[in-house]
Ligand binder design. Structure first.
Ligand SMILES: [Zn+2]
Length: 252
């Protein structure tokens, strides 16, 4: 493992543009279980009932019922050493942007300044009728006691700005993610099982553009064959070691 970490430190040192792609695995150590894992949110709340765009429009109460369990988890989570390591890499000029599948806002809280949230964020919600945006604190108050939060301006139903199943991704965000994937020298793929498209196709775009791909994951992924280096382990342990190795090598 140390040899491989050294190797990635040298790859980072030589790289101009570095982009990170992160998935649920990076936030597990912050106490947010992977929704897809055994015991995860989707094994207890059938997403076809609780989290599709269609089901939300037909009956938003199910979603907000689930949110009562999910929101405190998101709200109480703190960035872990893996998030902090990516923020440190940005300060060192070795992480230009973070593309994330997570909705938990932890990269921004750790200090990364250019974060592309492919699946949106829980921090805001938008009225489905008049499109007024509401902050999380406001939504939480409107949704207390299991109520459906209604817009303060027009009374319409507020939908959180997370991408539900069957809902398209934000096109400008996705386009920019593809641009970054094809234009970077190194992509660090961290804690991403790469089971969900289109996020899972980003390493493929990068691979085709001769980007060096570094996978940091606790388990194997479907795309391991295109990785140039695989660092197996917890992101919160591997990434701080990588930052340390890079600092030692570059003298920063
Ligand atoms: Zn409204």
């Amino acid at each position: 493992m140390s040899d491989e970490i050294e190797r990635v430190a040298r790859i980072l040192d030589a790289a101009g543009k570095v982009v990170a792609l992160t998935g649920a695995g990076i936030s597990v150590e912050s106490g947010i279980p992977d929704f897809r894992s055994p015991g995860g949110l989707w094994t207890r709340y059938d997403p076809s009932v609780y989290a599709t765009f269609e089901s939300f429009v037909n009956d938003p109460s199910r979603f907000w019922e689930m949110a009562e369990e999910l929101n405190p988890l998101l709200e109480n989570a703190e960035p872990n050493p893996a998030h902090c390591a990516l923020a440190e890499l940005e300060q060192l000029g070795k992480c230009d942007a973070v593309i994330t599948q997570n909705i938990d806002h932890l990269h921004q809280r750790a200090g990364n300044t250019d974060v592309l949230e492919l699946h949106g964020t829980y921090r805001t919600g938008t009225c489905l009728t008049c499109y007024t945006r509401h902050e999380f604190e406001e939504i939480k108050e409107l949704a207390s006691d299991g109520r459906i939060p209604h817009c303060k301006s027009c009374g319409g139903v507020i939908k959180p700005d997370v991408v539900l199943f069957g809902e398209p991704l934000n096109a400008p965000v996705l386009h920019r993610a593809i641009e970054l994937a094809t234009a970077c020298d190194v992509m660090l793929v961290v804690g991403a099982g790469l089971e969900v498209f289109p996020a899972a196709s980003l390493p493929t775009y990068a691979h085709r553009s001769h980007t060096e791909l570094v996978f940091v994951n606790i388990a194997e992924t479907a795309f391991d064959d295109i990785a140039d280096v695989r660092l197996t382990g917890k992101a919160g342990e591997v990434l701080p070691r990588l930052v340390e190795a890079y600092r030692a090598l570059s003298g920063n």
